[in-house]
Design a protein around this ligand. Structure first.
Ligand code: HEM
Length: 140
């Protein structure tokens, strides 16, 4: 059973990360589109569907299954696990921040330049690399 839960945990992680890497990339282009233009309205639909259809449910599933694994096999013990949970909390904070940016774009009140979203785009990738090293190498 544990291996099955882990398989579904990894599937949820892949879906969440795909969205977390793609959403700020959409915003890079959205920030450069004129308010009211066809592109801008299309980006709004893409962002909303990506967030509601994939990113939000994938994050919830990653958390539920990850916490089950952490509890059932490790009793929430281990430096690597504590480090991992801390990094996932930061990743979830960025997720929350992006939810706010989707809302700002939807209401035509984005005030950040494309360069800002280019930088934000790198953060989930760095966190993901550190999280995967912690859970697979378990260095401490
Ligand atoms: C709070 C959320 C999370 C918790 C509590 C959690 C916890 C766990 C636990 C306990 C395992 C099993 C480790 C083992 O059997 O050795 C696991 C597996 C895994 N987790 Fe998470 N996880 C969470 C979120 C994430 C995220 C966000 C990522 C990637 C960005 C991730 C990537 C992985 C991978 C790749 C595995 C498979 C490792 C392996 O067994 O080879 N997890 N997770």
């Amino acid at each position: 059973m544990y291996e099955w839960i882990k398989a579904f945990h990894v599937m949820a992680v892949i879906s969440w990360m795909a969205g977390m890497l793609y959403l700020p990339r959409l915003m890079v282009y959205h920030a450069d589109s004129a308010v009211g233009s066809v592109q801008s309205e299309t980006f709004k639909i893409m962002e909303r569907r990506l967030l509601k259809g994939i990113i939000n449910p994938a994050m919830a599933l990653t958390w539920v299954l990850g916490l089950y694994l952490a509890w059932s096999a490790f009793g929430f013990k281990g430096g690597w696990l504590h480090g991992k949970i801390l990094l996932v909390v930061i990743l979830s904070g960025i997720h929350g921040f992006l939810v706010g940016r989707v809302r700002a774009f939807a209401e035509d009140r984005n005030d950040k330049p494309a360069r800002f979203y280019r930088i934000i785009n790198e953060v989930p990738a760095v966190l993901m690399a550190l999280i995967v090293i912690l859970v697979i190498v378990k260095p401490f």
